[in-house]
Write a protein that binds this ligand. Structure first.
Ligand code: NDP
Ligand code: GDR
Length: 370
């Protein structure tokens, strides 16, 4: 039985990857951070009581900023494959916590690679590094392929640049099977609530159900190549199953503006909206509602730009060229943008219907920070 160690198992990708690898027959070991409240929501469905027989899903407390801990876990698990998905992954937040981001996202990768060398596992254990389209940053060329030069535009992207190159360096210096997946944005109903797609689908569901009045966003003109996380974790696995260790771009090849994502999400629940104004004055208004399930008045202002969400340096346009992964990995995404939005809107509508019912019966419904 193959053993995989996943850092960042409590995150969006960690949850989908663990589920995928369990179905492939792997024994899964996940690194989980200690937290003052439960942080295993996304993987609770995979959890098995350790007292049962043949448990193939195990969690270890750990942190990418602690070498001693990583060495101990790897020594204990002796994994065939490591998927390094753990990271402070929010681009805007990385401007507020640049040093921590460099430590976890940059040096954290080095710690894992060195742990393998220290333990003499550099020829046994394959390692996947979660690299990112944010490496391309300021547009040098489109679409962006494995050969496009990098120009990172945030402390997050700069930390990930270090992680990218240290992975390449350890592959070349020590013959390790170490690969970068340069993944473009991928989303799902499990996406963190403060990334733009999930922020939008949550708000649209709440607005339609009468639980929220307005959605405040930053740069509506940014364009992203959005795919579904379920498809992308399959590519991670395929990258480590090849004969030769290489780096791959994983993307759909289609880019869409944030503004269009908003329009499509409202459309999904039968609400048509129109944008007016420019830049910080821009607002989105409801034009019509054709759904019998929701009553939202025509002319209501449901979207506004709040400069608070602008970034000191922005990445305006990302569109990937997935030719290499299509040809060499035989990978192809199953979800298109419409399918992704449908899945996310379904998830958030189901989630907030419960809140709407509570509100209807006089209970106070809590708001969350965004
Ligand atoms: P999430 O933010 O959903 O998950 C990040 C995970 O990393 C969480 O499990 C988090 O733990 C954990 N983590 C954070 N800091 C540390 C640390 N210091 N030590 C150990 N674990 C830590 O990210 P995604 O699942 O979306 O992304 C997975 C990886 O892929 C990340 O590295 C991200 O940067 C990268 N990536 C993501 C893309 C995307 O579009 N989703 C695209 C390209 C790359 P906790 O739950 O406790 O916070
Ligand atoms: P990104 O994702 O920065 O691409 O990083 P995010 O969803 O945060 O932003 C995408 C674009 O939307 C614009 N935007 C907003 N973003 C957020 N979060 N909140 C808003 O209110 C808002 N309004 C507009 C942003 O300016 C940006 O241009 C994600 C993360 O998962 C990274 O870890 C990963 O490496 C990259 O995708 C690929």
């Amino acid at each position: 039985m193959k053993k995989a160690l996943i850092t960042g198992i409590t995150g969006q990708d960690g949850a989908y990857l663990a589920d995928f690898l369990l179905k492939k027959g792997y024994e899964i070991h996940g690194v989980k951070r200690r937290s003052s409240s439960f942080n295993t929501d996304r993987i609770d469905n995979l959890y098995k009581d350790p007292h049962e027989n043949n448990v193939r899903f195990k969690l270890h407390y750990g942190d990418l900023t602690d070498s001693t801990n990583l060495i101990r876990i790897i020594q204990q698990v002796q994994p065939d494959e490591i998927y390094n998905l753990g990271a402070m992954s929010h681009v805007k937040v990385s401007f507020d916590t640049p040093e921590y981001t460099a430590n976890a996202d940059g040096i954290g990768t080095l710690r894992l690679l060195e742990a393998l060398r220290i333990l003499g596992l550099e020829k046994k254990t394959k390692i996947y590094q979660a690299s990112t389209s944010e490496l391309y940053g300021l547009v040098q060329a489109v679409p962006q392929s494995e050969l496009t030069p990098f120009y990172p535009r945030s402390p997050y992207a700069v930390a990930k640049l270090y992680a990218y190159w240290i992975t390449v360096n350890y592959r070349e210096a020590y013959g390790m099977f170490a690969c970068n997946g340069i993944l473009f944005n991928h989303e799902s109903p499990l996406r963190g609530e403060t990334f733009v797609t999930r922020k939008i689908t949550r708000a649209v569901a709440k607005i339609a159900l009468g639980l929220q009045e307005k959605l405040f966003l930053g740069n509506l003109n940014a364009q992203r190549d959005w795919g579904h996380a379920k498809d992308y974790v399959e590519a991670m696995y395929l990258i480590l199953q090849q004969e030769v260790a290489e780096d791959y771009v994983i993307a759909t090849g289609i880019t869409t503006a944030v503004r269009e994502f908003v329009r499509l999400a409202f459309n999904e629940v039968g609400i048509a909206i129109e944008f007016k104004g420019e830049g910080v004055d821009e607002k989105g208004y409801i034009v019509s509602c054709s759904s019998p399930d929701y009553q939202v008045a025509e002319g209501t202002e449901v979207v506004s730009v709040d400069p608070r969400y602008f970034r000191p340096t922005e990445v305006e346009l990302l569109v990937g060229d997935p030719t290499k992964s299509f040809e060499k990995l035989g990978w192809k995404p199953k979800y298109d943008l419409q399918g992704l939005i449908k899945d996310m809107m379904q998830g958030d509508t189901d989630l907030f219907k419960k809140d709407a019912l509570l509100k209807q019966h006089g209970y106070v419904v809590k708001n969350q920070f965004e």
